[in-house]
Design a protein. Structure first.
Length: 107
């Protein structure tokens, strides 16, 4: 994970299209770890605070259907680490034209 701020071109594209695809956001190792964590979470029924909601039930949902899982970061510490990384918030804030920190007014 290396990019921390969007480029001017990325900001323009995001404002124009409403979304942005960033290639290589995760390193190959991080991407592999994310895939493993996602498989672990999607193949089990976890319970507790923030238990997943969405459109997927292991062993029931057909494999050709879209799988939506919510709050998976609460089920796996690695997914939480990546999801809640400071750079994600900073990047999103910059795309939206906001300061990188919600409590500060510097950029």
């Amino acid at each position: 994970m290396t990019q921390t701020d969007p480029t001017a071109e990325q900001i323009e594209q995001y404002r124009r299209d409403g979304f942005l695809i960033v290639e290589q956001w995760l390193s190959d190792d991080e991407s592999s770890a994310r895939a493993s964590a996602s498989t672990r979470v999607s193949s089990t029924r976890w319970r507790g605070p923030g238990a997943r909601r969405g459109h997927y039930t292991p062993g029931v949902t057909p494999p050709d259907r879209t799988r939506q899982l919510c709050n998976v970061w609460k089920a796996d510490r690695w997914l939480a680490h990546v999801t809640l990384a400071e750079r994600n918030g900073r990047f999103g804030a910059r795309l939206a034209g906001e300061p990188a920190c919600g409590s500060c007014r510097t950029t």
